[in-house]
Design a protein around this ligand. Structure first.
Ligand SMILES: *[C@@H]1O[C@H](CO)[C@@H](O)[C@H](O)[C@H]1NC(C)=O
Ligand SMILES: *[C@@H]1O[C@H](CO)[C@@H](O)[C@H](O)[C@H]1NC(C)=O
Ligand SMILES: *[C@@H]1O[C@H](CO)[C@@H](O)[C@H](O)[C@H]1NC(C)=O
Ligand SMILES: *[C@@H]1O[C@H](CO)[C@@H](O)[C@H](O)[C@H]1NC(C)=O
Ligand SMILES: *[C@@H]1O[C@H](CO)[C@@H](O)[C@H](O)[C@H]1NC(C)=O
Length: 400
């Protein structure tokens, strides 16, 4: 097998405007890469090239699922995470609190995890959350308006609100919508903080491509069931930010809620969020890409909302018109003395052979008109989502 080295420095140029800062105490929670030694998901036997190949295939399945044509036809119920992403956070659910390690996913909304008594669940390494053992848990009645926040729901025998999530790869999660207290270890305060009555999915039937360490998913999307939509009012602003450390990092970074975090004003760029169905996704406008100073323009009449930023996809996927321009520009920029591999290892599109290594472009083409800015290209940026001002801002950061 080959080893891969990456083009990590190709950045998307986004349109620039300004924003103002006003610090307050919010919520800050540790965020770690699943392949960090700090992570319970850490798999020391998996080397970087295995990981990248897996990640690349995940990105590709995500692209398929987000095929925008099928969205129009199939309604919003297909909106859920598939590749699940690489960044994990820890929450504590119920009273007494039960620790749940779950994936931070800006590409979906529902916060869900496997629950006991699990009728049809995948194996997980930790005990399931048992809602009946939590004194603060309440099932949500299906006539409640909150039940309708779900893309796909039904009324159970006890009039409970049942959710159904279908994933592009055939994975499914079925369960009951409940409310319970969710607590976080707030690194700002050095103590546990509690938020009562958070809407949560208790999954009793879950199938598909899940690892035994994946207890659930924490949706951070733009719709009402997401964590940010539910706790944003606690801080007076629906705002969150994160800074992704790379694969194998030996420290954790933070995901922060309700605070202004862009301190590196000099290198800050801010771009508007584009409101576009499905409202879960954070759509931006990719206008151009710069390669060694050469500007590559996206199709001029189609830039509004032509890309979404996603923590749950690893590699970026670029619509093929712009991808082909990018590929050509990179080949030109690298120069004739280096010849791209004629048969790059699947699923990559552009690789160069080095002594014993392949060096591959960490962006893949997609036939969809919507591109994805994946987490690989977000590493070492502080990225702040402001759902009230409807902006996303980027500043280079060491994620300290
Ligand atoms: C990575 O692991 C695979 C098998 O899992 C192996 O074939 C390959 O040689 C390893 N690569 C390196 C660079 O260790
Ligand atoms: C997108 O979905 C449409 C309709 O379901 C399908 O015809 C098309 O082949 C899909 N495109 C891709 C790239 O998967
Ligand atoms: C909360 O975080 C602090 C500092 O990182 C740690 O010492 C403590 O054990 C954590 N508490 C829990 C319940 O995990
Ligand atoms: C954008 O322009 C191209 C050709 O210039 C055309 O084929 C396409 O339909 C246009 N798209 C929209 C959304 O107007
Ligand atoms: C895009 O579509 C073309 C023609 O239908 C196909 O050959 C190619 O494999 C597709 N590319 C991707 C990335 O799906």
């Amino acid at each position: 097998m080959n080893r891969f080295v990456y083009f990590a420095t190709i950045l998307f140029q986004l349109s620039i405007s300004s924003s103002s800062a006003k610090p307050n105490v919010g919520l800050s929670v540790n965020l770690f890469h699943r392949n960090s030694p700090l992570s319970p998901y850490y798999n020391p036997s998996m080397n970087h090239s295995d990981y990248i190949i897996n990640a690349a295939f995940h990105s590709i399945s995500r692209v398929k699922r987000f095929n925008s044509t099928s969205f129009q036809n199939k309604a919003a119920q297909t909106i859920a995470t598939e590749s699940k992403g690489d960044y994990l956070m820890e929450i504590f659910v119920g009273t007494p609190p039960k620790k749940v390690i779950a994936i931070a996913d800006t590409g979906s909304d529902l916060i869900w995890f496997q629950c006991s008594p699990c009728k049809d669940c995948y194996f997980q390494n930790y005990p399931y959350f048992d809602p009946t053992k939590s004194s603060t848990h309440h099932p949500v009645p299906c006539e409640e308006v909150t039940c309708e926040y779900l893309d796909s729901y039904s009324c159970g025998r006890a009039k409970e609100c049942n959710y159904f999530m279908e994933y592009g790869d055939g994975s499914t999660s079925r369960g009951t919508l409940i409310t319970d207290t969710v607590s976080f270890n707030n690194t700002y305060l050095g103590r546990i903080v509690k938020y009562p009555s958070i809407l949560l999915g208790c999954g009793y039937h879950n199938k598909g491509l899940f690892s035994p360490n994946e207890e659930g998913i924490i949706g951070l999307g733009g719709d009402p069931l997401s964590l940010i939509s539910q706790i944003g009012h606690q801080f007076g602003k629906r705002k969150f930010s994160y800074c992704f450390l790379p694969y194998g990092s030996e420290r954790s970074s933070q995901i922060k809620f309700g605070v202004d975090t862009q301190t590196n004003r000099r290198n800050l760029v801010t771009t508007p969020l584009v409101r576009k169905f499905p409202y879960t996704l954070y759509y931006l406008s990719l206008e151009r890409i710069s390669v060694s100073g050469k500007m590559l323009m996206a199709k001029a009449n189609e830039t509004q909302g032509n890309i979404f930023i996603d923590s749950g996809t690893v590699l970026s996927a670029l619509e093929s018109y712009l991808f082909n321009k990018l590929k050509t520009a990179i080949i030109e920029s690298i120069g004739k003395e280096h010849v791209p591999e004629r048969y790059p290892p699947r699923p990559f599109n552009l690789c160069y052979r080095r002594i014993g290594n392949s060096m591959c472009l960490m962006i893949v083409p997609t036939n969809d008109t919507v591109s994805i800015l994946g987490s690989y290209q977000q590493v070492y940026f502080n990225i702040e989502y402001d759902l009230d001002k409807r902006t996303v801002s980027f500043a280079p950061s060491n994620c300290k």
